[in-house]
Design a protein around this ligand. Structure first.
Ligand code: ADP
Ligand code: ADP
Length: 226
């Protein structure tokens, strides 16, 4: 069974822009899929529909076998990492990671166990008492990932998570993200406009253009268009 299934999904924005034009995609459990393509091709809209942040105009999305069209973001079994990190500035790193679990009424001990486990995976154990403004860009990105990991969702959604980092750090964080995926094995859908990033990270690359899927395949099998 596909962990995430997109069935003929369409997005029409007000004013008639058809940003996504009926795409089909099955994503397997543990798979790392990267949506790549030029700016405006519909990657982010697709991801946001999976997250529930954008309504679907037509078609169906299923996560873990359940149709989620009418399920609000918080009740979908997903965690999303944004390019702006979206950390709470007044909270410590620990509280930033714990917050989503507190809202969901997890017991304190379980929250501590999960935050410490995520901190170990991401090597940020020594930063737990700091506030976001006392962190580097790469460290903030790790905390944003930590917040997703502690939730232990069926699916991670990444929206251009490395765009705000300099070139060197981007390469470093790519390796980090790959390592995290090999550790937690959570099904991942990752959006980027960077082809090299797509090729390095993906089990399967989905190339989008003008709201449709142009190619799908493992990085080694994609042909290059000049
Ligand atoms: P990508 O992530 O590939 O850059 P997007 O999904 O952001 O592409 O956008 C796809 C298309 O939909 C673009 O033409 C964009 O201008 C349009 N679009 C995105 N968001 C909105 C919106 N809120 N209202 C109207 N049009 C939008
Ligand atoms: P947490 O588990 O951290 O509480 P939730 O999934 O409950 O996270 O809520 C995070 C919410 O942030 C998303 O569901 C969404 O509504 C909102 N959000 C949407 N766009 C952005 C953005 N660009 N940056 C930060 N937050 C966003």
């Amino acid at each position: 069974m596909a962990q995430v299934k997109l069935n003929r999904i369409v997005k029409e924005y007000e004013g008639g822009v058809q940003a996504v034009k009926g795409i089909d995609l099955d994503i397997a459990d543990h798979e790392f899929v990267v949506l790549v393509g030029p700016s405006g091709c519909g990657k982010s809209t697709t991801l946001r529909m999976i997250a529930g942040l954008e309504e679907i105009s037509r078609g169906e999305i299923a996560i873990g076998g359940n149709v989620v069209n009418d399920i609000p973001p918080r009740d979908r079994d997903i965690a999303m990492v944004f390019q702006n990190y979206a950390l709470y500035p007044h909270m410590t790193v620990y509280d930033n990671m714990a917050f989503g679990l507190m809202l969901r009424k997890f017991p304190k001990e379980e929250i501590r166990r999960r935050v410490e486990n995520a901190a170990r995976i991401l090597d940020i154990g020594m930063l737990l008492d700091r506030k976001p403004k006392a962190l580097s860009g790469g460290q903030r990105q790790r905390v944003a990932m930590g917040r997703a990991i502690v939730r232990d969702p069926k699916v991670f959604l990444f929206d251009e998570p490395l765009s705000n980092l300099d070139a060197k750090l981007r390469v470093q964080m790519r390796t980090e993200i790959k390592k995290v995926h090999q550790t937690v094995k959570t099904t991942t859908i990752y959006v980027t406009h960077d082809q090299v990033e797509a090729m390095t990270l993906a089990d399967r690359v989905v190339v989008m253009n003008h709201g449709v899927i142009e190619q799908v395949g493992p990085p080694t099998e994609l042909y290059h268009r000049p």
